[in-house]
Design a protein around this ligand. Structure first.
Ligand code: SIN
Length: 358
């Protein structure tokens, strides 16, 4: 072989070696993301491709979810774990404790960079807020679901899962609290809510605003949640096997105190009152709440309206009644904060402080 030929071969070999090592380097640099699967529509299947309601949730396992999106391998080194296989209306306090402990164990491992949790959309916002208050890490935790089963023409699960993994693998998501990735948008766990029974754009953060978008394989953040979360909260569930019973009582015209009284008799340690307007209390229910408070039950005034602050000492004299105002938390999220608050204290002033902190 002539000298120029040898030089060409040598250059080609060197280029191949460099390409191979840069490919291996890139693979090494991929973030390690664990997907914890819990069920829901993202793991659901329907009878036909046009079945978008009336399908069965929680039928497909985590390995199939991952296999359906081979593009995941380009954005993260992904592992899957099936923690539950349920429709999310069956999510319970016990499921949450188990999930929070698993997330905390995984995130304490230096080999795990982020977590994605696949979840039914019906209670996704609640699980997200529970984890926002109990995960002890600044590493990314992203919840994701789908409004359409994987068998539907318009299945949104694959792109939502891809975006969630991309987000959990990103540096941008570190320290932002527990996030929800749905419909190309990023939301904060505290403020996001499901707003439509069936359309793919159901998850919104009205008024307070979503945090950002995922577009072109990149997360873009524009806001952060101002409330304390994750490693900066005072809640620790590591040694808990149960949470105090807290229930929600709904306000409406012609309301009676029957439901409230039954819940208190059944042992509720706290009641969230989802009042009309600014958390107003109808006279017969107010009497029941005052009696319950005298028995030691913690009362939080929330609102069924969905937006705005429930003003302390606004529609009720909370100072006098020793009630707590929910700030902007919706009733289902106020229930979560009150349960966790009751694991720390039964002092209503401390609990009010927590409602203005988290
Ligand atoms: C569920 O919440 O498990 C069913 C509904 C859904 O995931 O959209």
């Amino acid at each position: 072989m002539s000298y120029p030929q040898t030089a060409r071969w040598y250059t080609a070999l060197l280029t191949c070696a460099m390409l191979l090592s840069s490919y291996a380097g890139a693979a090494d640099k991929l973030a390690h993301v664990t997907i914890l699967a819990t069920g829901g529509t993202i793991a659901g299947s329907g009878a036909t491709s046009t079945t978008t309601v009336g399908y069965t949730a929680a039928t497909v396992g985590v390995d199939s979810l991952i296999a359906a999106v081979p593009e995941l391998a380009k954005v993260a080194d992904v592992k899957g774990e099936q923690v539950f296989q349920i429709a999310s209306e069956n999510m319970s306090n016990e499921h949450w404790l188990k999930l929070a402990k698993r997330v905390n164990t995984l995130l304490a491992d230096p080999a795990v960079d982020g977590i994605v949790i696949t979840h039914g959309t019906d209670t996704l916002e609640e699980t997200a807020y529970f984890l926002d208050l109990t995960v002890k890490s600044h590493k990314p935790v992203v919840l994701v679901g789908a409004m359409r089963p994987g068998t539907a023409l318009s299945a949104d699960g694959p792109i939502n899962l891809y975006n969630a993994v991309l987000l959990a693998a990103s540096k941008e998501a570190i320290g932002k609290g527990v996030l929800v990735a749905m419909n190309d948008q990023i939301h904060a766990a505290r403020d996001v809510t499901k707003t439509n029974t069936s359309t793919p754009d159901s998850f919104k953060t009205p008024e307070l605003g979503m945090l950002g978008y995922i577009q072109g394989n990149k997360p873009y953040f524009y806001h952060v949640s101002a409330r304390k979360h994750t490693a900066d909260t005072e809640f620790d569930v590591s040694k808990l096997d149960a949470l105090p019973q807290v229930d929600i009582v709904y306000g409406y015209a012609n309301v009676s105190p029957v439901a409230l009284n039954a819940l208190v008799a059944a042992g509720a340690k706290g009641i969230i009152h989802a009042g009309v307007g600014d958390g107003s209390l109808a006279t017969p229910v107010k009497a029941g709440l005052v009696a319950a408070r005298k028995q030691g039950v913690l009362i939080v005034r929330s609102s069924r309206v969905g937006q705005g602050i429930v003003a302390r000492n606004g529609e009720a004299n909370d100072d006098e009644l020793d009630f707590v105002a929910s700030d902007t938390l919706n009733p289902q999220k106020a229930r979560i904060l009150l349960m966790l608050a009751l694991t720390r204290t039964s002092d209503s002033k401390q609990i009010q402080r927590m409602f203005y902190t988290y």
